[in-house]
Design a protein around this ligand. Structure first.
Ligand SMILES: NC(=O)c1ccc[n+]([C@@H]2O[C@H](COP(=O)([O-])OP(=O)(O)OC[C@H]3O[C@@H](n4cnc5c(N)ncnc54)[C@H](O)[C@@H]3O)[C@@H](O)[C@H]2O)c1
Length: 324
């Protein structure tokens, strides 16, 4: 049976998913929905089966997709997810779930009540490095972790506005927080310090902080610090290093570096985590078997609760309990 897929969003990442789906057997991209018909037409013209829409609900009525990909900026979430929940249509949504916490918490209610199949774009979970790291950590005592997302400022206009993206920690560094939860368990309390250093003066309309560091107490008793900056002129270091009594487990975007009592071994990623994420979701929609989905909406809300608590801590200058 061919699965009919619709994609909301006409930007960079909708194309990344569309190109993966386009190569899969038994999947047909039937629609793109954009903020204008013109943008949707531009996106759709590259995929012969796809029609263009400027209205999400009209698309649902006409196309009746088997599943929808939501690849829109953080500020644009809410209405689409609610319509999909009402109609019982599974969705894969890109991280983060919103620019603030109210909308994801409401959507979570609907997802839980409907029992809908969902997947969230935390692709690091599907990487060889993260999968092997989980295995290597079995039997080791985890002391602490240091994570970072050091880079430049994305050029899209919504990213630099607090209400558009939620800021770097919510929008980007969320990947490291999610990896931390996956490998070390839940976070109990956070203390964050954010600042504006250069980007506000260099570019017009910047309201997001450009440096930040977040200290976390985990339920296990371990501690962690995850820092980020978008002040650099180009992409820099991204990763999560876990410190254990036997040595380090260092996860990078393209590899894993294991330290074992002074001996270092490097494992390069082989497959694409994005392809695995897409395959797991499509398999779940086709068969009902969700076991391959490594990040559901329910789970991703818990990651968002941590990054949201960090924002509230940075604003108040006080430690904040996660989920409070
Ligand atoms: N998992 C990853 O590695 C990864 C990488 C890049 C981006 N992303 C995420 O994907 C999302 C989109 O990022 P992007 O880089 O594609 O951004 P982008 O700015 O290139 O594209 C966003 C698109 O969404 C459209 N849009 C906005 N509101 C809409 C609405 N209500 N209905 C339909 N379309 C709407 C915009 O017109 C634009 O075409 C972000 O949340 C981002 O964090 C994830």
């Amino acid at each position: 049976m061919t699965l009919n897929i619709a994609i909301a969003g006409t930007g960079w990442f909708s194309k990344v998913h569309a190109n993966i789906l386009n190569k899969m057997g038994g999947v047909s991209i039937k629609a793109f929905v954009g903020t204008s018909l013109e943008k949707a037409e531009r996106a759709a013209q590259e995929y012969s089966s796809a029609k263009a829409y400027a209205n999400f609900e009209q698309m649902l009525d006409e196309v009746k997709p088997d599943a929808v990909y939501i690849c829109v900026p953080p500020y644009a979430h809410g209405e689409m997810e609610n319509l999909l929940i009402e109609r019982g249509i599974p969705f894969l949504v890109e991280k983060p779930l919103g620019a603030e916490m109210e909308i994801p918490r409401k959507i979570l209610n609907g997802v839980q009540q409907s029992g809908l199949i969902t997947s969230v774009g935390y692709h690091f979970r599907y990487s060889d490095a993260a999968v092997r790291a989980a295995e290597m950590l079995q039997g080791r005592k985890i002391g602490m972790a240091l994570g970072c997302w050091m880079g430049d400022m994305p050029q899209v206009s919504w990213w630099r506005k607090q209400e558009g993206s939620g800021g770097q920690f919510i929008e980007q560094t969320t990947h490291m927080v999610d990896l931390l939860r996956r490998l070390l368990g839940e976070v109990d309390e956070v203390y964050a310090a954010y600042a504006h250093r250069a980007m506000k003066e260099m570019h017009e309309g910047v309201t997001v902080h450009d440096v930040g560091t977040v200290t976390m107490k985990l339920k296990s008793g371990a501690v962690a610090t995850v820092s980020n900056t978008c002040i650099l002129p180009e992409a820099g270091q991204v990763g999560l290093c876990i410190y254990t009594e036997q040595g380090t487990v260092d996860i990078r975007a393209d590899r894993l570096i294991i330290g074992d009592r002074g001996k270092m071994t490097e494992f390069r990623n082989a497959g694409s985590p994005y392809e695995r994420e897409n395959e797991a979701f499509i398999h779940a929609v086709r068969t009902g078997d969700r076991s391959g989905i490594l990040s559901s909406y329910e789970d991703a809300v818990r990651t968002m609760e941590v990054t949201w608590a960090a924002w509230r801590s940075a604003e108040s200058g006080m430690p904040v309990k996660v989920g409070g």
